[in-house]
Write a protein that binds this ligand. Structure first.
Ligand code: FES
Length: 118
Protein backbone atom coordinates (compact mmCIF):
# COMPACT_ATOMS: atom_id res chain seq x y z
CA UNK A 1 0.00 0.00 0.00
CA UNK A 2 1.54 3.36 -1.04
CA UNK A 3 1.72 6.47 1.06
CA UNK A 4 -1.24 8.78 0.74
CA UNK A 5 -0.62 12.11 -0.94
CA UNK A 6 -2.33 15.18 0.37
CA UNK A 7 -3.16 18.59 -0.93
CA UNK A 8 -2.80 21.03 1.96
CA UNK A 9 -5.16 23.96 2.53
CA UNK A 10 -4.36 26.79 4.91
CA UNK A 11 -7.19 27.36 7.38
CA UNK A 12 -5.62 29.91 9.74
CA UNK A 13 -2.64 32.25 9.81
CA UNK A 14 -1.58 30.98 13.20
CA UNK A 15 -2.68 28.48 15.81
CA UNK A 16 -4.03 31.22 18.09
CA UNK A 17 -6.62 32.12 15.43
CA UNK A 18 -8.51 28.86 16.01
CA UNK A 19 -11.52 29.27 18.31
CA UNK A 20 -12.01 26.15 20.44
CA UNK A 21 -15.16 25.11 22.27
CA UNK A 22 -15.04 23.91 25.86
CA UNK A 23 -15.14 20.43 24.36
CA UNK A 24 -11.90 21.03 22.41
CA UNK A 25 -13.65 21.15 19.03
CA UNK A 26 -13.34 23.99 16.52
CA UNK A 27 -15.30 24.80 13.38
CA UNK A 28 -13.21 25.86 10.39
CA UNK A 29 -13.89 26.84 6.80
CA UNK A 30 -12.01 25.37 3.85
CA UNK A 31 -12.93 26.68 0.41
CA UNK A 32 -16.46 27.45 1.59
CA UNK A 33 -16.98 24.07 3.29
CA UNK A 34 -17.16 23.56 7.03
CA UNK A 35 -15.05 21.01 8.87
CA UNK A 36 -14.23 20.33 12.49
CA UNK A 37 -10.93 20.22 14.29
CA UNK A 38 -10.38 18.35 17.52
CA UNK A 39 -7.42 18.61 19.85
CA UNK A 40 -6.06 15.91 22.06
CA UNK A 41 -2.67 15.82 23.81
CA UNK A 42 -1.22 18.69 21.78
CA UNK A 43 -2.21 16.99 18.51
CA UNK A 44 -4.88 18.38 16.20
CA UNK A 45 -7.18 16.31 14.00
CA UNK A 46 -9.59 17.25 11.24
CA UNK A 47 -12.96 15.55 10.72
CA UNK A 48 -16.32 16.01 9.02
CA UNK A 49 -18.83 18.48 10.44
CA UNK A 50 -21.72 16.01 10.55
CA UNK A 51 -21.92 12.73 12.42
CA UNK A 52 -22.14 9.74 10.03
CA UNK A 53 -24.83 8.14 12.22
CA UNK A 54 -27.66 10.66 11.89
CA UNK A 55 -26.08 13.94 10.92
CA UNK A 56 -25.65 15.75 14.23
CA UNK A 57 -23.22 18.69 14.16
CA UNK A 58 -20.05 17.48 15.82
CA UNK A 59 -19.09 21.03 16.75
CA UNK A 60 -21.51 20.45 19.64
CA UNK A 61 -19.70 17.30 20.70
CA UNK A 62 -16.50 17.00 22.68
CA UNK A 63 -13.15 15.24 22.71
CA UNK A 64 -12.94 12.60 25.44
CA UNK A 65 -9.86 11.42 27.32
CA UNK A 66 -9.01 8.73 24.77
CA UNK A 67 -8.73 10.62 21.47
CA UNK A 68 -12.39 10.27 20.43
CA UNK A 69 -14.97 12.83 19.39
CA UNK A 70 -18.24 12.12 21.19
CA UNK A 71 -21.40 12.93 19.25
CA UNK A 72 -23.83 15.24 21.12
CA UNK A 73 -26.98 13.34 20.04
CA UNK A 74 -26.55 9.58 20.54
CA UNK A 75 -23.07 9.65 22.09
CA UNK A 76 -21.32 7.44 19.55
CA UNK A 77 -17.57 7.92 19.81
CA UNK A 78 -15.27 8.16 16.81
CA UNK A 79 -11.52 7.66 16.89
CA UNK A 80 -9.90 10.91 15.73
CA UNK A 81 -7.06 9.02 14.03
CA UNK A 82 -9.07 6.41 12.13
CA UNK A 83 -12.64 7.76 12.10
CA UNK A 84 -13.99 4.39 13.26
CA UNK A 85 -16.80 4.28 15.80
CA UNK A 86 -15.75 2.62 19.02
CA UNK A 87 -18.85 0.39 19.16
CA UNK A 88 -17.95 -1.23 15.84
CA UNK A 89 -21.37 -0.37 14.42
CA UNK A 90 -19.81 0.33 11.05
CA UNK A 91 -20.04 4.11 11.03
CA UNK A 92 -16.95 5.89 9.82
CA UNK A 93 -16.23 9.56 10.29
CA UNK A 94 -14.20 11.18 7.51
CA UNK A 95 -10.92 12.41 8.99
CA UNK A 96 -8.24 14.78 7.72
CA UNK A 97 -4.66 15.35 8.87
CA UNK A 98 -3.86 18.73 10.41
CA UNK A 99 -0.46 20.39 10.56
CA UNK A 100 0.44 23.44 12.60
CA UNK A 101 3.34 25.04 10.72
CA UNK A 102 5.37 28.18 11.26
CA UNK A 103 3.25 30.03 8.67
CA UNK A 104 -0.18 28.75 9.63
CA UNK A 105 -2.52 25.83 10.20
CA UNK A 106 -3.17 23.42 7.33
CA UNK A 107 -5.66 20.62 6.66
CA UNK A 108 -4.76 17.89 4.21
CA UNK A 109 -7.12 16.40 1.63
CA UNK A 110 -6.21 13.15 0.01
CA UNK A 111 -5.29 13.63 -3.64
CA UNK A 112 -7.35 11.55 -6.00
CA UNK A 113 -9.92 10.86 -3.28
CA UNK A 114 -13.67 10.93 -3.65
CA UNK A 115 -13.95 14.46 -2.34
CA UNK A 116 -13.18 16.49 -5.43
CA UNK A 117 -14.96 19.60 -4.19
CA UNK A 118 -11.75 21.15 -2.84
S1 FES B 1 -26.23 11.47 15.31
FE1 FES B 1 -24.25 11.10 16.12
S2 FES B 1 -24.47 9.28 17.25
FE2 FES B 1 -26.42 9.59 16.35
Amino acid sequence: MGLKKYKWHKIAGEAADIQWTKGDVAEVQVNGKTLCLGRFNEEWYGFALLCPHAGAPLTMGYIDGACHVVCPVHSLKFNLKTGRDTNDEGYKLKTYPVEVRADGVYVGFEEGGLFKWL
